[in-house]
Design a binder for this molecule. Structure first.
Ligand code: ATP
Ligand code: MG
Length: 370
């Protein structure tokens, strides 16, 4: 019996899926809603008042489902405690400038960049990085928020107050986006999933295909890069590395010190999913031998309504997060894994009529790529 209860900071779907995976491992995973400082036991939606003393006594290790954590008193105290698992990763990675400096320092290829301090620096930054820049806030961005695409000389709408907390990146002319999700145990052992191929629309991940097509030549390079990063941070748990493929080589876009949307395919596509692996790493349950993998399509359900018939199609697995519907919000995802040849296309055909127009066109796009 393993007895290392894990506390996850954050009350969203990633922590929920960790709690679900942990039930099979004999490990207790509870979550802390950092907006209200309330404890959410296991996979329930109960919210229970708590305090620092209780939390420090009850849990053996503290992790998070998001890198942008609030600085409130309770979260700060938990992060200052010796239960907090990945202090340096959570100090460095949430700030894009620190993250990219680390990559430069250890020689991991990433999109060329500079700090952008004042608006008058723009012409010089264009001279250094190119005619089109991607400007990003150093902190807090997700799903393409806090980003601006700026061609030279164009009137832009970056708020003046953002300057000083911005980086400028070269606009990378990539052939595709892939990500590597992997885990490191406290004894240094690592385990990696095959690369996933990711398709974004308006800055939001729409679908992933795993293993990425024709990617065997990239896998070893990706694993070396992520190993170097995790070792440098003495990291324990699952980390995700988003990359651009440029001329058959990888360039890191960004790192996430957590389970990742582009790893959701592993819930049906692998014998051991990323949530399971993260909890194993943190609570000292041994890693599996290399798990088996099945070709999988993961499609995000964004800003749409739940359709009860999705889960009626054999082989179509819908994960619905029961979050409030909002435009452009990730509300669930669907996995379809390959069992026999032609299987995914057949399942996709059954799913297609049950989708709204936007998701139908994403599914059609995904099928063209398969
Ligand atoms: P996430 O939701 O993954 O946290 P994010 O909002 O933090 O995303 P990024 O991953 O940095 O932001 O960027 C979102 C998408 O914008 C990328 O997946 C890519 O499609 C595009 N993009 C970002 N940076 C660049 C770049 N330097 N050159 C070209 N495209 C880029
Ligand atoms: Mg990203």
């Amino acid at each position: 019996m393993h007895n290392h209860p894990v506390l996850v900071l954050g009350g969203g779907q990633l922590g929920l899926m960790m709690a679900e995976a942990a039930t099979h491992l004999g490990v207790v995973v509870d979550r802390l809603d950092t907006a209200t400082d309330q404890l959410i036991p296991g996979t329930s939606n109960l919210r229970v008042d708590t305090d620092l003393t209780v939390l420090l006594r009850r849990y053996s290790v503290i992790t998070a489902e998001m890198e942008h954590l609030p600085n409130n008193e309770l979260v700060t105290a938990l992060r200052d405690s010796n239960l907090w698992a990945n202090g340096s990763a959570f100090y460095i990675l949430p700030a894009r400038n620190r993250q990219k400096s680390l990559l430069d320092e250890i020689g991991v290829n990433n999109a060329p960049w500079q700090m952008l301090q004042v608006v008058d620096d723009l012409p010089a930054v264009h001279d250094a990085l190119g005619e089109t820049l991607i400007i990003k806030t150093t902190r807090g961005g997700y799903d393409g928020k806090g980003q601006w695409v700026i061609p030279r000389g164009i009137q832009h709408d970056i708020p003046p107050s953002a300057f000083g907390e911005l980086i400028a990146e070269q606009k990378v002319d990539f052939s595709r986006e892939v990500s590597l999700v992997g885990a490191r145990a406290s004894n240094g052992q690592t385990l990696f999933y095959p690369l996933a191929e990711n398709h974004h629309h308006q800055g939001i991940l729409r679908f992933s295909i795993a293993p990425a097509r024709a990617s065997s030549h990239l896998q070893a390079e990706a694993e070396q890069m992520l190993t170097k990063i995790m070792e440098r941070l003495n990291y324990v748990g699952v980390m995700a590395m988003e990359c651009f493929e440029v001329d058959g080589k990888l360039m890191v876009n960004e790192l996430a010190p957590r389970v990742h949307n582009s790893g959701h395919w592993s819930q049906t596509g692998s014998g051991v999913n990323q949530f399971d692996l993260h909890i194993r790493a943190l609570s000292g349950v041994v890693f599996p031998k290399v798990p088996s993998f099945r070709s999988t399509l993961m499609m995000n359900l964004i800003g749409c309504d739940y359709h009860p018939h999705w889960n009626q199609i054999d082989g179509v697995h819908c994960y619905w997060y029961a979050k409030e519907k909002r435009e452009n919000r990730k509300l669930g995802h669907i996995n379809i894994s390959q069992i026999d040849l032609g299987d995914i296309q057949g399942k996709a055909e059954c799913l297609r009529p049950l989708l709204d127009e936007e998701h139908r066109s994403m599914l059609d796009l995904a099928m063209l790529r398969f």
